[in-house]
Design a protein around this ligand. Structure first.
Ligand code: PLP
Length: 393
C-alpha cells in the first residue's frame, strides 16, 4: 500500500514507520551521535551524496528522519526538516531566506518571539520587517516593497484569533516573486494545510498540538519544493539546531493520536466558547467556530475545523482576568498550548510581554485578553471550573 496516497489518519499511524530486522511496531530510538562506514570508499560516497547512508546525527538520523517523512506526508510537502524548537524553525527560515537589506511583511499579532527576534536582534543583520493586519489583503499589497522577500503569516493569529486568507496571500506573494511562509502551529496539519493553499513553506512548533503531551519542545519545517528544502536543511545542519533522537521518538509517539486529540479538544472548545459567549461577565470572545467571529466564513473555507484555541475579554478588564486566573482549579495557569490539559494565560503580561505597549494595542493584544487552550478533559468539568472562577469576579 502506498502510504503517501492514503488517508490522513492512516498516515498518522503508518507514515513514520521504518523497517528493521525485528519487525518493531514503533520506530527505535537511534541514540547515537555518529554512524560507522562500511569502508573508506563508502565513507567518501556518504559525503559526496552517492550513498544515502547516515553520517552524523546533526546531519541526519533514522529516528528523526522517520518523523520528517511523516510530517512532510501530512503537510503534502517535498520534505521536512526537524529542529530543536518552534523558534529554531522560525530562525532557520529567516536566516535561510533573508540577506542584509531584505524585508518581510508579517501578521502583527504573531507569536511574540517570532516578532521580537526580527525587531530586536535580526535588525542588527539588516533584516527589515513590517507588521500589519494581514486579515486585509489590500494592506499586504500596500506593505510590499521592492526589497520584500517573504510574507510571513500566522493564522489564526496568536492571540487575537485573526484569520488571514492564505489563498489570497499566496496569489499576492507569487505575483511579486515573494515566498509565502506560514506558521501552522495553531491548527496542526489536521485542521489546515497551507502548502495546498499555495504557501511555499509551512512550519510548526511541535511542542504544541503535534506532540500534544506537554513533555517535549520541538519544531519542524516543511518545504513544498526540493530547492527550498535543500536550502533550509543546509542552514539547519550548519547552525546545529537539530532535533535529538529521543525528542523525535516522543513526538512520533504523540503524533499518532493527533486526530482524536484535536477532535475531542475541539468538541470541548465549541461548548466552552458557547458558554463564555452567553456569560454576563464576558465582554467579548473570538473563536473561529462562533458565528460572531468576524471571519467565520473564511475560517470555514480554509480550516477543516475551528480548533481548540479561544480568546476572550472580561468586563472586569485586567483585574478581572487576574482574579479568574488565580481562582481556577482545573485549568493550569501556564503558557504553551495544544496539549491534553486545559491551559489559561494572559498574553499582554506573559507570552507577548516583550512586544511594546503601542504595538500590542495596534495588534489587538488588549489588557483584558485571556487565552484558553482547551484540553481533552470532560467538558462539564472545564465549564464548571470557569463558572466558579467567573462568579468570584
Ligand atoms: C510556541 C509557538 C512557537 C515557538 O515554538 P517553541 O517550540 O516554543 O520554540 C511559534 N509559533 C507559535 C504559534 C507558537 O505557539
Amino acid at each position: 500500500m502506498n502510504i503517501i496516497e492514503s488517508g490522513f489518519n492512516t498516515k498518522l499511524i503508518h507514515a513514520g514507520e521504518i523497517e528493521d530486522q525485528y519487525g518493531s511496531a514503533t520506530v527505535p530510538i537511534y541514540q547515537t551521535s555518529t554512524f560507522s562506514f562500511e569502508n573508506a570508499e563508502n565513507g567518501a560516497a556518504c559525503f559526496s551524496g552517492d550513498s544515502d547512508g547516515y553520517i552524523y546525527t546533526r546531519i541526519g538520523n533514522p529516528t528523526i528522519n522517520a518523523l520528517e517523512r511523516q510530517v512532510a506526508a501530512l503537510e503534502n510537502g517535498y520534505g521536512a526538516i526537524a529542529v530543536s524548537s518552534g523558534m529554531a524553525a522560525a530562525t532557520t527560515i529567516y536566516l535561510s531566506l533573508l540577506s542584509s537589506g531584505d524585508h518581510i511583511v508579517s501578521t502583527d499579532a504573531i507569536y511574540g518571539p517570532s516578532r521580537s527576534i526580527m525587531e530586536k536582534q535580526f535588525i542588527r543583520f539588516g533584516f527589515q520587517s513590517t507588521y500589519i493586519k494581514t486579515t486585509d489583503p489590500e494592506a499586504i499589497k500596500k506593505a510590499i516593497r521592492p526589497i520584500t522577500k517573504v510574507i510571513y503569516i500566522e493564522t489564526p493569529a496568536n492571540p487575537t484569533m485573526d484569520i488571514t486568507d492564505l489563498e489570497a496571500c499566496a496569489e499576492i506573494a507569487h505575483k511579486n516573486e515573494i515566498l509565502l511562509v506560514v506558521d501552522n502551529t495553531f491548527c496542526s496539519p489536521y485542521l489546515q494545510n497551507p502548502l495546498d493553499l499555495g504557501a511555499d513553506i509551512v512550519f510548526h512548533s511541535m511542542t504544541k498540538f503535534i506532540n500534544g503531551h506537554a513533555d517535549v519542545v520541538a519544531g519542524i519545517i516543511v518545504a513544498k519544493e526540493r530547492a527550498l528544502y535543500t536550502q533550509l536543511r543546509n542552514m539547519m545542519i550548519n547552525m546545529g539546531c537539530n532535533m535529538d533522537p529521543h525528542q523525535a521518538y516522543l513526538v512520533l509517539r504523540g503524533i499518532k493520536t493527533l486526530s482524536v486529540r484535536i477532535e475531542r479538544a475541539q468538541e470541548n472548545a465549541v461548548k466552552v466558547a458557547e458558554f463564555l459567549e452567553q456569560h454576563p461577565k464576558v465582554a467579548w470572545i473570538k473563536y473561529p467556530g462562533l458565528q460572531s467571529h468576524p471571519q467565520f466564513q473564511l475560517a470555514k473555507k480554509q480550516m477543516k475545523g475551528s480548533g481548540a484555541m479561544i480568546s476572550f475579554g472580561l468586563k472586569g478588564g485586567f483585574e478581572g482576568a487576574k482574579l479568574l486566573m488565580n481562582n481556577l482549579h482545573l485549568a493550569l495557569l501556564a503558557v504553551s498550548l495544544g496539549g491534553v490539559e486545559t491551559l489559561i494565560q494572559h498574553p499582554a503580561s506573559m507570552t507577548h510581554s516583550k512586544v511594546s505597549t503601542e504595538d500590542k494595542l495596534k495588534a489587538g493584544i488588549s489588557d483584558d485578553l485571556i487565552r484558553l487552550s482547551i484540553g481533552i478533559e470532560d467538558v462539564n468539568d472545564i465549564i464548571l471550573d470557569l463558572k466558579q472562577g467567573l462568579e468570584i469576579i
